[in-house]
Design a protein around this ligand. Structure first.
Ligand code: OSB
Ligand code: MG
Length: 368
């Protein structure tokens, strides 16, 4: 396929409710969208980077720069045999996976449209309905957190993830378990601890959590392997896994028992499938993580979650938990059983609304 034109847009949208992790609070998202035109078809992609370099080194701003000065000039006006070939062209750039993913993923959608099949099917997805969980941030009070958990449980979500950090962990988990002794529960620390907190982290075992996500360093697997020997709660890695080799090494040294797979963090659908395959071959469950995506990124998450190795509920939930008005038609909804139906329409499965995207665009640049 020949890439004729690429458009970069930055959109700004306030979250319905702030989202707080151990590294900070987000109230408004700045999201970079990529639109690719090739052979009369269009594909949209989303950069899942945050506003600040706290979750990873990438930000909306660095992604804009890397796309504008490198990735787009490298691929525009040229003929490509597959989205994976474009992904391979990006290899000389170290890191910047979220910028790469947005562009490569848009090409996968164009290919799915060309073949007249759903994206989920094109990448090898088999599930028609995916199990969903929610990620609930740190709140102003424990009471507020308990209320939010009650609301999501009654909406049908199959597991609850809460964010933890020193000072908002054991005390909070104690209160949650007192009120919800039976829910499927997990905690995500976003690297808020070190091995010096070992005795403290051992206390997490009392709460029979499904897993604890990324308790230690964002780029570590060695200390996680040490920790996994000392605690019975399964460790799930998020930040540390950026490609299939990272997953293989982490599993080999028993640094984790589960992997949170994020499309942007691993650099797009080609790499995501490789991570998935590595985990599946080693009987390591994966689930789809979230990055407070707009409907565009969310639609990709749903398609990826149709792969057969996605055996645990992901952080993929309804549009209305994030946005007063999403930028896709129709917005993502969740069944009372806490599932999302994987769209069987050709392409992405959700139509980006140009009219709504236009309304929230704060910057735009066209190439080609
Ligand atoms: O660590 O999984 C994470 C959001 C932003 C950055 C990192 C993370 C998260 C989430 C939210 O947990 C998941 C979502 O609801 O999109
Ligand atoms: Mg995480």
């Amino acid at each position: 396929m020949k890439i004729d034109r690429v458009e970069l847009r930055e959109i700004q949208m306030p979250l319905v409710h702030f989202f707080e992790t151990s590294f900070g609070r987000t109230t408004t998202r700045r999201i970079v969208l990529v639109r690719v035109d090739a052979e009369g078809l269009q594909g949209w992609g989303e950069v899942t980077a945050g506003e600040q370099p706290f979750y990873s080194h990438e930000t909306s701003e660095t992604a804009w720069y890397v796309l504008r000065d490198f990735l787009i000039p490298w691929v525009i006006g040229k003929q490509w045999t597959s989205p994976s070939q474009v992904g391979a062209r990006f290899r000389p750039i170290r890191g910047h996976n979220m910028a790469k993913a947005a562009l490569e993923n848009a090409l996968w959608v164009i290919e799915a449209q060309q073949r007249g099949i759903p994206l989920a099917k094109l990448i090898g997805g088999t599930l028609e309905e995916i199990p969903c969980g929610v990620s609930i941030g740190i709140q102003d009070s424990v009471e507020e957190l308990l209320e939010r958990i009650a609301r999501e449980v009654s909406a049908g979500y199959q597991r609850i993830k809460v964010k933890v950090k020193p000072g908002w962990d054991i005390n909070v988990l104690d209160r949650i378990r007192a009120e919800f002794p039976r829910i499927a529960l997990m905690a995500d620390a976003n690297s808020a601890y070190t091995l010096a907190d070992l005795e403290h982290l051992k206390q997490f075992d009392r709460f029979y959590l499904m897993m604890v996500e990324q308790p230690l360093g964002w780029d570590d697997i060695i200390d996680h392997a040490r920790l996994q020997k000392e605690i019975s709660t399964p460790i799930c890695l998020d930040e540390s896994i950026r490609c299939a080799d990272d997953a293989r090494k982490a599993i080999e040294i028993s640094a984790c028992k589960i992997i949170n797979l994020k499309l942007g963090r691993v650099g797009g659908l080609t790499s995501a499938r490789q991570v998935h395959d590595v985990c599946r071959a080693r009987n390591t469950p994966v689930w789809c993580g979230g990055m407070l995506e707009s409907g565009v990124g969310r639609a990709y998450n749903i398609a990826m979650s149709a792969l057969p190795g996605f055996t645990l509920p992901g952080d993929v939930s309804a549009s209305r938990r994030y946005w007063a008005e999403d930028i896709i038609d129709h917005e993502v909804t969740v069944t009372p059983q806490g599932t999302i139906h994987v769209s069987q329409a050709p392409g992405l499965g959700y139509e980006p609304s140009l009219e709504r995207i236009e309304k929230v665009t704060v910057r735009k640049e066209v190439f080609g």
